[in-house]
Design a protein around this ligand. Structure first.
Ligand code: SIN
Length: 183
């Protein structure tokens, strides 16, 4: 079902990257939640926000992780604002991300869920970088800067937001430690 056809008051957007700490759109409520069988990885090049075409940065996308949980923030939109907000997000996430619909759970027992839209950059998009040694990812993040600011800021703000919501993320926290010289 397209977002436009949804019943009143039920459009949710799930953010797992910059959309956690800088949603930049209006919403009725926000809730910490998780999606199943996915993990967050700095495997997507950013040439429009945290890097430039000649020196791309790295931002997160989602990869398959059977049995895993990826925490983030779910936002419920106002009906009358959803078209404009989704158009704005389509533009913001235009560097290889496309919309997907997925259940978001709000409790560990997975008894409550909503159907949400999220933006994911899959292997088929032109900016997909895929896996690399963590040291190499950290080096690229340290060296990159784009129209939205330094790539390091993207990582540190994401790590801080995840910690504040009590979410574990080995990949993100290991990169943060490397960039802070703790590893
Ligand atoms: C997201 O935050 O949900 C998508 C990736 C990003 O914009 O950082």
């Amino acid at each position: 079902m397209g977002a436009e056809a949804e019943p009143s008051g039920t459009t949710w957007v799930f953010g797992y990257g910059s959309l956690i700490w800088r949603p930049d759109f209006a919403f009725v409520e926000s809730r910490t939640g998780f999606i199943r069988d996915r993990a967050r990885r700095f495997w997507q090049a950013s040439t429009d926000h945290r890097g430039v075409p000649s020196r791309p940065g790295r931002v997160v996308t989602l990869v398959d992780d059977p049995g895993g949980r990826c925490f983030g923030t779910a936002y419920r939109l106002r009906d009358e604002e959803r078209s404009a907000i989704l158009a704005g997000l389509d533009h913001r996430e235009r560097g290889g991300f496309s919309r997907e619909r997925i259940p978001v759970f709000f409790d560990p027992a997975e008894s409550t869920s909503v159907s949400a839209l999220l933006y994911v950059a899959d292997e088929a998009n032109a900016n997909y970088l895929g896996p690399a040694p963590l040291e190499e990812i950290a080096r690229q993040i340290r060296a990159s800067h784009g129209p939205s600011g330094p790539n390091v800021e993207y990582l540190t703000r994401l790590a801080k937001a995840l910690r504040e919501m009590g979410a574990e993320d080995e990949h993100v926290f290991a990169l943060e430690a490397m960039l802070e010289g703790r590893e």
